[in-house]
Design a protein around this ligand. Structure first.
Ligand code: NAD
Ligand code: MG
Length: 389
């Protein structure tokens, strides 16, 4: 029996992880499940999976969770600290699927007890890549990528020498607006940005796909996780979302990972690693698909991609600034305070203002330092957003 914890269990990745675990009840012991505010879902899953503890972030929903789980013997708790404490409970495999920088502290806590961290929360690598990787090394913990592109790269690299890697190409669907006229993007609504052509995901990452902030985060994630230099990392638009990434080697070969757009593949690969086991994902009928198409990723349409290059070359804590500003811009867009194309403007302004901040060029050495950069960047981003709104 492997002991498993799922951080962000009530979300899209969390629910896909639970789907896989429920199919193999004899293989896993569930330690902790955490969620934001959805007490009903969390309680139902905690009971079905016989979890030791269920933790919510929001105090508003804590009473409901306590009522739903009373008499079951399942412990309950709430708050960010309780989530980090849950991640500290001994477990073999911990899914990090909270959305946003809020996923960083519990992810760090999981690494500090030597667990394998299945990392969907790309924001932790973007905000604190060097710190996260150093913490894993120090405590003998392992990080397995769950983002589909990074799982694809990871799989293409099995048995390959890193010094033979010439380039890594990650694909992007192009999101909801890939075929819209550029002029029209200013008018895009939250509902329109929340409709992804291929993937069924949480709302925030879906909107980030339309703006390509998601791909920007993923370019940075590629640099941080694989230690590949930024000039070897490319993004390409691939509307079918069937090729998830390609690795180019020094003999000219490109190894592509091809599969259906179903996160249960990447989650299942991390769950079964280093083995492979049967997974309940669709099998592709290539003759029926017929063609796979690719187009250049346009940095005018998607300024986030250009900013990702700046962030990668600046290094230090610039990723924390970029992610925090992006999170606030997304909050403001969802709240109807700014337009779709105001988001990159606010993020660019925050990057420019924060670049003067002392010590930003130095890699983070502690969680506190990262959280402080995150906090200051949010204030700076809010000021930029207020001018635009
Ligand atoms: P989601 O919004 O569906 O779920 C997020 C989970 O985190 C929920 O359980 C939510 O309650 C919880 N949460 C939100 N804010 C929290 C906070 N402040 N403290 C504690 N818990 C909080 O998001 P998702 O689509 O499942 O994405 C989760 C992570 O995985 C993100 O980092 C995303 O970028 C990444 N990811 C998602 C997909 C996908 O297909 N959904 C693919 C690749 C990577
Ligand atoms: Mg991805």
């Amino acid at each position: 029996m492997r002991r498993i914890t799922i951080l962000g269990a009530t979300g899209s990745i969390g629910q896909s992880t639970i789907d896989l675990i429920k199919r193999r009840p004899d293989d896993f012991d569930v330690v902790a499940l955490t969620g934001g505010c959805n007490a009903k879902q969390l309680a139902a899953d905690a009971i079905a999976l016989r979890a030791e503890i269920a933790v919510l972030d929001s105090a508003d929903c804590y009473g409901e969770l306590k009522d739903l789980l009373s008499g079951t013997g399942i412990e309950v708790a709430c708050g960010a600290q309780a989530i980090a404490d849950a991640a500290r409970r001994p477990a073999d495999w911990i899914m990090s699927a909270i959305v946003g920088a809020a996923g960083l502290p519990p992810g760090m806590a999981a690494l500090e007890q030597g667990s394998t961290l299945a990392l969907a929360n790309k924001e932790s690598l973007v905000t604190a890549g060097p710190l996260l990787m150093a913490t894993a090394a120090r405590y003998g913990a392992r990080i397995l990528p769950v983002d589909s592109e990074h799982s694809a790269v990871f799989q293409a690299l099995v048995g390959e020498p890193m010094d033979a890697v010439e380039r890594v190409i990650i694909t992007a669907s192009g999101g909801a607006f890939r075929d819209w006229p550029l002029e029209q993007l200013k008018t895009a609504t939250v509902a329109q940005a929340s409709a992804h052509p291929n993937w069924d995901m949480g709302q925030r990452i879906t909107i980030d796909s339309a703006s390509m902030f998601n791909k920007a985060l993923e370019l940075i994630e590629t640099k941080e996780y694989f230690g590949i230099s930024p000039d070897k990392i490319e993004a390409i638009v691939h509307p079918e979302s069937l090729v998830h990434a390609l690795v180019g080697f020094n003999d000219g070969a490109l190894m592509a990972h091809v599969g259906p757009p179903d996160m249960r593949h990447a989650i299942g690969y991390a769950l079964n690693w280093p083995d492979r086991s049967h997974l309940p994902v669709a099998r592709l009928d290539l003759a029926a698909i017929g063609a796979l198409t690719f187009r250049a990723a346009d940095e005018v349409r998607w300024p986030a991609l250009r900013m990702a290059r700046e962030v990668m070359s600046a290094g230090g804590k610039t990723g924390a600034v970029f992610n925090a500003a992006k999170e606030r811009a997304l909050d403001a867009f969802i709240a109807g305070q700014v337009g779709f194309m105001d988001m990159p403007v606010a993020v660019a302004e925050t990057l420019a203002k924060m670049s003067a901040h002392s010590g930003l060029q130095n890699a983070p050495i502690s969680l506190e330092e990262v959280m402080e950069t995150d906090r200051l960047s949010r204030i700076c981003a809010d000021a930029a957003l207020a001018k635009l709104g």
